[in-house]
Design a binder for this molecule. Structure first.
Ligand code: BYC
Length: 323
């Protein structure tokens, strides 16, 4: 059945056509019919993802002026700019679903839409920049590579480029940490301290345990998510343990041990009460992050006004030339 035949057949046919697209692992595109729940889930997840990229610029941007060398400053600047680009691709993907990005930003600053819990923690020293690249971008890659196969075309395609850039981000973080670990005792202590602070929040990035995740089952049935939160968390732990060994840092979990029967590492339980507090706006930096975003939106209003006035003037000129 073609899409045109499905439209002619009414809502039931449209649903059957959509189900077949998902069953055959094909992509749903913006002009295709889709159930309201599918559209709503995508808007929720992609908007949260876009907000995370934009809010995620703040903890790292905090160190651009204090980077210890021109090289480190240039790398950090490029990384933070990449995050802005990721936010833009993702807001564009939400717009293909019929929402307005201005409205999404309103929802973010009014606390009606979420962003990743991880960005509510402070960056206290320059080793945090390395550890964010290593652990936070490392977790982001594990979570996002499967999203390149998401059933919604524009999101899947945006994720391909995002993942390539995240991979550079992860390597730059690891390289920074390797450099610090071959430096002074003080530098090694900074890396260990940053690892201790960022490890558990990084595990929380994958979301609540599967038993407490209201969205996973339906999102997997729709091919939006390809793995559960716990599956990806396990993959991240297994990938990171040997990297920590090479680096010479200790991951702050006494329960971490190789389990030969499972063929995976066992690990401890993150503090899910802390996770809930952060999600409810009560993490160490929630208020500061949202306030900064609100202020940036207000500060940039004149730029958007000027761009709109310029575009209107150009359109007038083109209309004049066409007459
Ligand atoms: N933080 O049913 P669940 C980056 C929410 S950007 C905050 O499992 P789902 C980077 C969840 O939204 C990283 N909220 O949900 C950027 C849901 O709330 P609502 C961002 C979380 O959607 C700059 C509720 O809890 N990555 O890497 O099936 C620099 C129940 O959860 C979190 C993405 O956004 C959390 N950690 O699964 C460096 C990736 N976890 O809306 C790096 C795309 C859960 O029902 N998103 N919640 O009220 C996803 O893959 C999925 O949305 C999640 C959650 C795995 C995050």
């Amino acid at each position: 059945m073609t899409a045109t035949e499905a439209v002619a057949g009414g809502e039931d046919e449209l649903q059957r056509h959509f189900d077949a697209t998902i069953d055959h692992d094909q992509r749903v595109e913006p002009r295709d019919w889709m159930p309201d729940g599918y559209r709503g889930t995508l808007v929720r997840q992609i908007a949260q993802h876009a907000h995370s990229e934009i809010i995620g610029m703040q903890p790292e941007a905090n160190w651009i002026t204090r980077a210890p060398s021109l090289r480190r400053k240039a790398i950090l600047l490029a990384k933070v700019q990449d995050e802005a680009g990721h936010g833009l691709y993702l807001y564009s993907a939400t717009e293909t679903l019929g929402v307005d990005r201005t409205d999404l930003t309103d929802k973010l600053v009014e606390g009606r839409q979420k962003y990743s819990s991880i960005f509510n923690y402070p960056t206290l020293n320059f080793a945090d920049i390395g550890v964010i690249g290593w652990l936070v971008d490392g977790a982001a890659i594990v979570n996002q590579v499967p999203l390149c196969r998401c059933s919604y075309g524009p999101y899947a395609r945006a994720m391909i480029r995002v993942c390539k850039e995240e991979s550079f981000h992860q390597r730059q973080g690891y390289e920074l940490l390797l450099t610090m670990m071959s430096g002074t005792d003080e530098q090694r202590r900074m890396v260990q301290d940053a690892t201790d602070r960022w490890w558990w929040p990084s595990l929380m990035m994958f979301g609540p345990p599967d038993g407490d995740s209201p969205n996973t089952r339906q999102s997997m049935a729709w091919g939006i998510k390809r793995h559960t939160n716990d599956e990806l968390r396990q993959k991240f732990v297994d990938m990171t343990v040997p990297q920590a060994e090479t680096l010479g840092v200790t991951l702050p979990d006494p329960g971490l041990a190789w389990n030969s029967e499972r063929g995976h590492h066992d690990f401890g339980e993150p503090d899910w009460d802390e996770f809930k507090r952060v999600l409810h706006g009560n993490g160490p930096c929630n208020a500061q992050r949202v306030e900064r975003r609100r202020a940036a939106r207000e500060d940039g209003q004149w730029v958007r006004d000027a761009a709109a006035a310029y575009a209107a003037k150009q359109a007038d000129r083109e209309r004049g030339a066409a007459v």
